[in-house]
Design a protein around this ligand. Structure first.
Ligand code: NAP
Ligand code: ZN
Length: 349
C-alpha cells in the first residue's frame, strides 16, 4: 500500500482535520503524484456537507490537483518521475462505452469514477487532493506547462475545464453575446475563456463589489442581477448564457434574456432544482441545458490553450490549516476567485 496523509471530514458535522490513510500500490498504468497545490471547489463543500445527499466518509476532498510525478507503473508511456502534472474530477471510467470511446469520459455510461467519495474498480473508497499524494491511471493525468504558475493552474482542472468545455461545445466566438452568471471560481474562468474566444461578454453578479474585477477579467459589461430594471434591458439579446451559481436562484429572468434558439447552460449544481416557466422556453424555442467537466483529451487541449494564452485562475493561496475558514468564505462568495491549498503546509502539523 501507498501511505498518504491529508485532511478529511469524518462525518457531515465535523470540520476537516488531519487524517492518515493508504492508497493502492501502483498498477502498470498508474501514476503516483506528489501534490503541490489543490484548488478548493464549491463542489468540495457541497460534498463534505452532504448537500447532494450521497456523501461517504471519511472524505478527503479535492479535485483540482497539480503536482510532480513521483513514480510510474511499468506500462506508463506519457509520464516519468519529475514531470509536472494535473489530476481533475475523475480518475477512471469504463473505457469501452460510446461516451468513453468518443473522448467524453465524463459521460461514461457505466459511471466515471470521481476523484473522491466513491468506490473505484478495486473496491477502494477514492480520496482526493487535500493530501500529500494521489494515484491515477495515466489516461486521467494531464501534462502541465512549466511556463504557468502551478498554483494558478490547479483550478483549471475543474473550474477551467467545466467552463471551457460548454463554451467550445456551443461554439462561442466572435459576434456572440455571452452571459456568465455568478463571479466565483467557475464564473471567473468562464469570463476569461469567453473573452479569449472573442465573444462580447456580460457578467451577471449579485455583488456590486465585483464590478471592477469583472471588467479587468474580460467583461464588456456587468449587470447587477438583483436589479430587475437592468435585467429587463437584457431581454432576448444573448446567444448563450452559462450559469455557475452554487445556490438556488431564479433563472427565469436569464431565460428571458436569451435570443430565439439560444441556450442556457447550467454548470452550477445547487442543492435544490430551479422552477422554470416553460413559456420562456417554448415561445422562442430556447434550450435549458447542462454540462459536466470535460473529456480527458479536451482537458489537455484546454491546458495547452491556457499555456499558449497565459491563462490561469486568480487565486488566494492558503495553508491547509485555513481550510475550514476558507469553506465558510466561499459560501459567502468572499474569495477572489479561488482558494488554492499549498500542500507544503501539510507537514506543518
Ligand atoms: P463559487 O466560487 O462559490 O461561486 C459561486 C458564485 O455564485 C458566487 O461567487 C456568487 O457570485 C454566486 N452566488 C452565490 N450564492 C448565490 C445566491 N444565493 N444567489 C445568486 N448568486 C449566488 O462556486 P464554484 O466553485 O464556482 O462552483 C459553482 C457551482 O458549480 C457549484 O454548485 C459547484 O458544485 C458546481 N460545479 C459544477 C461542475 C460541473 O462539472 N458542472 C464542476 C465544478 C463545480 P456573485 O458574487 O458574482 O453573485
Ligand atoms: Zn470542482
Amino acid at each position: 500500500m501507498t501511505q498518504s496523509h491529508g485532511w478529511a471530514a469524518q462525518n457531515v458535522a465535523a470540520p476537516l482535520a488531519p487524517f492518515r490513510f493508504s492508497r493502492r500500490d501502483l498498477h502498470e498504468l498508474d501514476v503516483l503524484v506528489d501534490i503541490q497545490f489543490c484548488g478548493v471547489c464549491h463542489s468540495d463543500i457541497h460534498a463534505v456537507r452532504n448537500e447532494w445527499g450521497n456523501a461517504v466518509y471519511p472524505m478527503v476532498p479535492g479535485h483540482e490537483i497539480v503536482g510532480r510525478v513521483k513514480s510510474v507503473g511499468s506500462a506508463v508511456r506519457r509520464f516519468k518521475a519529475g514531470d509536472l502534472v494535473g489530476v481533475g474530477v475523475i480518475v477512471d471510467s469504463c473505457g469501452s462505452c460510446s461516451s468513453c470511446k468518443s473522448g467524453e469520459e465524463q459521460y461514461c455510461e457505466v459511471g466515471g469514477t470521481l476523484t473522491y467519495g466513491v468506490r473505484d474498480r478495486y473496491g477502494d473508497l477514492t480520496q482526493g487532493g487535500y493530501a500529500n499524494n494521489i494515484i491515477a491511471p495515466e489516461h486521467f493525468v494531464h501534462a502541465i506547462s512549466p511556463k504557468l504558475n502551478p498554483a494558478g493552474v490547479a483550478p483549471l482542472l475543474c473550474a477551467g475545464i467545466t467552463t471551457y468545455s460548454p463554451l467550445r461545445h456551443w461554439q462561442v466566438g466572435p459576434n456572440n453575446k455571452v452571459g456568465v452568471v455568478g463571479l466565483g471560481g467557475l464564473g471567473h474562468m468562464a469570463l476569461k475563456f469567453a473573452h479569449a474566444f472573442g465573444a462580447h461578454v456580460v457578467q451577471f453578479t449579485t455583488s456590486e463589489s465585483k464590478i471592477e474585477d469583472a471588467k479587468r477579467l474580460g467583461a464588456d459589461d456587468v449587470v447587477i442581477s438583483k436589479d430587475p430594471t437592468a435585467m429587463k434591458k437584457q431581454a432576448a439579446s444573448f446567444d448563450f448564457i452559462i450559469d455557475t451559481v452554487s445556490a438556488p436562484h431564479d433563472i427565469n429572468p436569464y431565460l428571458e434574456a436569451l435570443k430565439r434558439d439560444a441556450t442556457y447552460c447550467q454548470v452550477g449544481l445547487p442543492d435544490k432544482p430551479p422552477v422554470i416557466d416553460p413559456g420562456h422556453l417554448l415561445f422562442k424555442r430556447r434550450s435549458w441545458s447542462g454540462s459536466i467537466i470535460g473529456g480527458m483529451a479536451e482537458t489537455q487541449q484546454m491546458l495547452d490553450f491556457c499555456a499558449e494564452k497565459n491563462i490561469v485562475a486568480d487565486v488566494e493561496v492558503i495553508p491547509i490549516q485555513k481550510i475550514n475558514e476558507a469553506f465558510d468564505r466561499v459560501v459567502k462568495a468572499d474569495v477572489k476567485y479561488r482558494f488554492v491549498i499549498d500542500m507544503a503546509s501539510l507537514d506543518r502539523g
